[in-house]
Design a protein around this ligand. Sequence first.
Ligand code: GDP
Length: 332
Amino acid sequence: MNMPAEFPDLDSVDQALVAGVLAGRLRPLAKAITLIESSRADHRERAHRVLEGLLPHTGRAMRVGISGVPGVGKSTFIEALGLHLIEQGLRVAVLAVDPSSTLTGGSILGDKTRMELLSQRPEAFIRPSPSAGSLGGVAEKTREAMLICEASGFDVIIVETVGVGQSETAVAGMTDIFCLLQLPNAGDDLQAMKKGIMEIADLIVINKADIDAAAATRAKAQMLSALHMLRAASPNWTVPVLTLSALRKDGVVDFWKEVQRYREAMTASGEFAAKRRHQALAWMWELIDQGLRQRFRGHPEVRHALPQLSGAVEAGVSTPAAAAARLLSYLG
Ligand code: GDP
């Protein structure tokens, strides 16, 4: 357990919050995540200070991304995996990036009844997807929640997302290993190929193998030959395809062995740390891009000239390049 340290920049409320998180207590953990999820300007400032206090205590967990279409068995699988990891003496946090919540305000992944057994365990912490803002905003808050969970001593952070494209890229960009869950039918595999999701998968799982073992084996062979056509992300890792039954907890132990094998291979080659460094810098640039965009749109001269210049571009009397150059020039 981490020892509470001195944080001169924090007021006493936030000092207690940081100390509570570092002590591994769940209430301060949930409170800290609520704080970072708030979009109020004063909360954002406090959140930044709290995160800075926690940052030296982050980085020790294995960050696992899990994705797949609704119904593929993500929550069944995460529950089985989580319970297995708890048996190994590990603490497990489950976070989610749910792109549907940004559209509807509801959440496919936020249902409290999911992972009922896991949610009752004191070694587990399950947090539904933040629901406010764009996908970028949701992903940013999930990244911050992940750091808070790490500071709180969780050994494994699972970040779940639903398979609808961009959210996979966001989750792959914040985790150490990205795992794609598939159903044992070829139509689905082609879907994944089309969306370019197979390219970012480090591990592929064919779930529901108990329903039709032969179909699962066929799907595995198809996946492996499809993978052959893709360029490997690392010379030190060949993406494995596992068949599994989350419902019967069959193959969960092998799955975790593969995750550990990946970690060992990537650590030995130096790619594990390099990926995290790259992810941290990419995150910084994303925030810079967001900040610049906000500043741009809020600039008085831009706001004044934008409708007229947009109209000119639409009418074909100004080129997009000329209009963009003019608008950007207002930023100085
Ligand atoms: P999610 O939407 O991806 O989270 O999928 P769920 O975990 O909610 O699973 C959807 C349905 O598939 C549920 O009825 C599960 O019981 C079932 N299911 C999940 N994994 C398996 C499996 O390995 N075998 C079988 N037969 N059913 C499964």
